[in-house]
Design a protein around this ligand. Structure first.
Ligand code: MLT
Length: 202
């Protein structure tokens, strides 16, 4: 997968896995990563699917309606890529913390839903429920931060609460941070994610 890797100044720190939103690139979340964990290495991936020229991590049939088969396939593809990247760049595969926005948060959520040891934590900015009716793996010890908008037209507050319940039900300690700026990723939401990161991982 197209990606970039930046070695951090502290190789002991968790590695941040950056996953952009629809139409983004692997460069989009670099400033966010630096605010969350300035000394961490960063692995940032570009989605393999194109929707009218816009990179995404999996296909959708309409806004908010996922192509479930493609979601499952792309989640497996990303999971395999992470194993390869850990070997290639020499980082601890168990130390990955996802930072995803929108479509990127949805594929991060899908990694959590499908693979028990894919991530050691996740910062999900404006995520949806990636899939329904599946048994989640044990996520105890995998802290998750959800940044949500009480007026987000894409991820409703009900869907945020549903995701929180599913992750908590699988044992994950979940923190939800609410804002009122629709689907936007704001500076104050990034600050809240950074504070959560410091409390859980620094
Ligand atoms: C998705 O397809 O993952 C969601 O609709 C969010 C987005 O617009 O990318």
């Amino acid at each position: 997968m197209r990606h970039l890797f930046e070695q951090g100044t502290n190789p002991q720190d968790p590695v941040l896995l950056l996953l952009h939103g629809t139409g983004g690139t692997e460069r989009d979340l670099l400033p966010v990563a630096r605010r969350i964990a300035p000394a961490s290495s960063v692995l940032s991936v570009r989605g393999n699917v194109l929707e009218n020229g816009m990179p995404r991590f999996f296909r959708r049939l309409a806004e908010g309606v996922f192509d479930e088969e493609d979601l499952v396939f792309r989640t497996g593809e990303l999971h395999e890529f992470l194993d390869q990247a850990a070997a290639e760049y020499g980082f601890d595969r168990k130390s990955l913390i996802a930072v995803g926005y929108s479509n990127g948060a949805n594929i991060a959520g899908s990694l959590l839903f499908h693979y028990p040891k894919a991530l050691s934590g996740a910062i999900l900015h404006h995520p949806m429920v990636p899939r329904r009716g599946v048994q989640l793996p044990d996520l105890s010890g995998v802290p998750c931060f959800i940044g949500a908008g009480s007026n987000d037209p894409i991820c409703s507050p009900q869907e945020t609460e549903e995701l929180e319940a599913l992750l908590s039900g699988a044992g994950a300690p979940v923190t939800v941070h609410w804002e009122r700026f629709g689907h936007q990723l704001t500076s104050s939401e990034v600050e809240a994610a950074a504070a959560w990161y410091r409390a859980n991982f620094a």
